[in-house]
Design a protein around this ligand. Structure first.
Ligand SMILES: Cc1cc2nc3c(=O)[nH]c(=O)nc-3n(C[C@H](O)[C@H](O)[C@H](O)COP(=O)(O)OP(=O)(O)OC[C@H]3O[C@@H](n4cnc5c(N)ncnc54)[C@H](O)[C@@H]3O)c2cc1C
Length: 476
């Protein structure tokens, strides 16, 4: 390990390029977003380096030469222990300095950037340049394109624009564990040239290659308005959403987010609002289109919501009102923590067919109440994806929350759902993959992993569950 670190220091001699400072190794190895077991890294190649694909190749070659695992690290907003260190030693490769937008092709609606670029910076740059396009994947604040590919992210816009698994990544350049650099395909909007290698890296969590450059597809900026509807229960809210999305107005719904009654109570308590909301299960909508489409869609939403028992519908008529209304959704986590001072929060992520969502939410709320755990629920309801924000104050409560998360995931899988709609597997969800995907599918994932990374050097310990068939894989 020492030889590897010496060689990294020689390759990147800047004073802050390579660090073995114990605090730095801990900061990079542990995440404040995850309560899974973690280890510090042995060395961090900082955000001052690398600056180019060639730099990444140098680091990967050192990793291979000394058989030292390597973990790509970018925005560090992932939630399942994705970037934690490997117990017997690892190089943490901070890609966040590779944050340049390299080319913007407005007429082709695409953009080429380095993988450490933040999605928010891309959208800000386009806005500042007066280019009426944007990148619609919107995970956590601070997330970068490399990490978003790594986790297969999505966000509030997924109901309209899909997830990272849609065609928003036209191609990517990646450094493979053998040091080879590949570009997965051309910049053409469509390609039927073989199977989709770009997708192989989406959700691979840095275990197959380190992404350095990406061509992103962009969407036109469309005017939006915000609306809110409140319901007597989640079942009515969900059935209203299903009906709205299946009407011709459905494509004008950019976002539809569920905040349960506990979340509305937390928002009131946290004091972010001038007037407290009635404490009821609530939907927040972003409606997009030209003014007449927005007006017609809003009318349809109001009338369908009423049919499903909605007691209150609010439509933000000005930009300011829209921002104010939407900030209740945006600051859900902050409101939850502010409403219960002294707590920490475990954010879960499961997804089920939309029709199964009310049952899952109902059973989860019952389980939370019976376990004496306080929590709120927020969901990308149009996709059947929801997060329970479960609060705890000490290790004993953390252990209760851990058990609740297990039960929630098993319930979701039993409903033909998934252990993760968008946050990915990391360390935290590995144990559910065989139950969800089956031995055969997991074994195929291992076969691909072994073929690309036979020494198991790229982000070991994440994503792939141990299975009988995986025996013989280097235990890194
Ligand atoms: C407040 C909050 C809200 C969130 N909301 C959402 C949401 O709505 N939707 C959602 O999907 N997620 C959400 N997340 C989770 C998080 O934002 C996403 O998982 C995001 O995609 C992670 O990006 P990152 O740049 O932070 O990646 P990191 O955390 O740095 O890394 C994530 C994974 O990608 C790998 N990786 C990083 N860079 C590269 C690279 N260059 N090449 C290959 N692999 C790489 C890492 O090794 C790791 O396995 C939220 C998080 C927070 C804290």
């Amino acid at each position: 390990m020492k030889l590897a670190i010496d060689e990294l220091c020689a390759a990147f001699p800047g004073p802050n390029d390579v660090s073995t400072d114990p605090d730095t190794l801990r900061t990079y190895g542990f995440s404040e977003n995850s309560y899974h077991p973690a280890s510090p890294h042995s060395v961090v190649v900082s955000h001052f380096e690398p600056k180019s694909t060639a730099d990444v190749v140098k680091i990967v070659n050192i990793s291979r030469k000394y058989r030292m695992p390597i973990t790509p690290y970018s925005g560090a907003t992932s939630l399942e222990g994705h970037t934690s260190g490997f117990e017997s030693g690892s190089i943490c490769l901070d890609m966040s300095g590779m944050d340049q937008i390299l080319e913007i092709h407005e007429s082709d609606s695409d953009l080429i950037c380095q993988s450490g670029t933040r999605w928010e910076d891309i959208n800000m740059t386009l806005k500042e340049k007066g280019i009426p396009l944007f990148f619609p994947l919107d995970p956590g604040p601070g997330a970068t394109i490399g990490g978003m590919i790594g986790t297969g992210c999505s966000g509030t816009n997924a109901v309209r624009y899909g997830t990272a698994r849609a065609e928003w990544f036209l191609n990517l350049t990646a450094v493979l564990p053998n040091g080879e650099v590949i570009k997965t395909r051309s910049r053409a909007r469509k390609s039927a040239a073989g199977f989709d290698i770009t997708k192989l890296f989406i959700g691979a969590e840095g275990t197959l290659g380190i992404v350095t450059e990406v061509t992103l597809r962009l969407a036109p900026v469309v005017p939006t308005k915000v609306a809110m509807a409140q319901f007597p229960d989640v079942e009515n809210a969900v059935s209203a959403v299903q009906e709205i999305l299946n009407t011709p107005y459905g494509p004008h719904i950019q976002c539809v987010e569920l905040l349960d009654d506990n979340m509305m109570k937390a928002i009131n308590t946290a004091g972010l609002v001038d007037q407290p909301f009635p404490v009821e299960d609530t939907l927040f909508f972003k409606i997009q289109g030209d003014p007449s489409s927005i007006q017609n869609t809003s009318k349809a939403v109001r009338s369908i919501a009423k049919k499903h028992g909605s007691s209150r519908f609010e439509f933000a008529s000005t930009e300011q009102e829209a921002d104010d209304l939407w900030q209740n959704r945006k600051y859900a986590l902050m409101s939850t923590l502010a409403a219960y001072p002294g707590t920490r929060c475990w954010t879960t992520d499961v997804c089920v067919p939309v029709s199964c969502l009310p049952q899952l939410v109902y059973e989860t709320k019952k389980d939370l109440a019976e376990s004496g755990v306080q929590g709120t629920i927020v969901g990308h309801v149009g996709d059947g994806n929801f997060h329970a924000l479960m609060l705890f104050r000490n290790d004993e409560e953390l252990s209760t929350v851990n058990d609740l998360v297990h039960r929630l995931v098993h319930r979701a899988i039993a409903l033909d759902g998934t252990c993760t709609g968008e946050h990915g597997v990391g360390v935290g969800k590995k144990e559910y993959l065989i139950e969800e995907l089956g031995e055969g599918t997991v074994e195929l994932m291992w076969i691909i992993k072994r073929a690309v990374d036979p020494d198991n050097l790229f982000n070991p310990g994440k994503l792939y569950p141990a299975s009988k068939k995986s025996e013989g894989v280097p235990k890194k």
